[in-house]
Unconditional design. Structure first.
Length: 185
């Protein structure tokens, strides 16, 4: 796995051993960032269920002003910190070793407003629903915030409108998909 573009282009990223994380493939990451590129420079980026940190690091490499990583696996957090050091992107990063909801609560008082939020939660546990329900009343999410959820192809998002969001785009790959959602029109 590597950084696709930007200041850390072509640098290899470390991943953690085992089945606890599912790193987003370079091809899917490249497709995702091709869609997001106009919004990346200067943005505030939130990477939830960060794993190796590859998505937030890609955002920083491409010009995000700040990337916040929330991950509860201590080995993954160590991996994120090593990858940030390897890419020399530590200055723009904040890494929280925490359950995602607890980490979001810790961020509440810091006056963050995120432009882009990416989450890749474990599949089949409805964690994306819990996170979006929490964020629906959070000042960290504005009408302009774009939320991207990586999920299995089978995941149903019929509940999005009831939670206060609407789907703006869906990109389906061989084994998974990205859902793009927001609060505004």
């Amino acid at each position: 796995m590597r950084v696709i573009a930007g200041s850390a282009r072509r640098l290899l990223l470390k991943t953690i051993e085992g089945l606890d994380t599912r790193p987003t493939t370079d091809r899917i990451k490249e497709t995702l960032f091709n869609m997001l590129q106009p919004q990346i420079p200067g943005c505030f980026f939130l990477d939830l269920f960060s794993g190796s940190g590859a998505i937030g690091i890609e955002a920083l490499s491409r010009g995000a002003r700040k990337a916040v990583f929330i991950e509860n696996n201590p080995k993954a957090v160590e991996c994120i910190r090593e990858n940030l050091s390897r890419t020399h992107l530590e200055e723009g990063a904040l890494v929280l070793e925490s359950d995602v909801i607890a980490g979001l609560k810790r961020l509440e008082g810091r006056n963050y407003r995120f432009d882009l939020i990416f989450m890749d939660p474990p599949y089949g546990m409805e964690l994306e629903k819990r996170v979006l329900e929490y964020l629906s009343s959070s000042p960290m999410v504005t009408e302009d915030t774009q939320i991207i959820i990586e999920a299995s192809k089978e995941t149903d998002f019929g509940w999005l409108e009831e939670a206060g969001y609407h789907m703006t785009k869906e990109k389906i790959y061989k084994t998974n998909k990205h859902i793009f959602a927001g609060k505004g029109e």
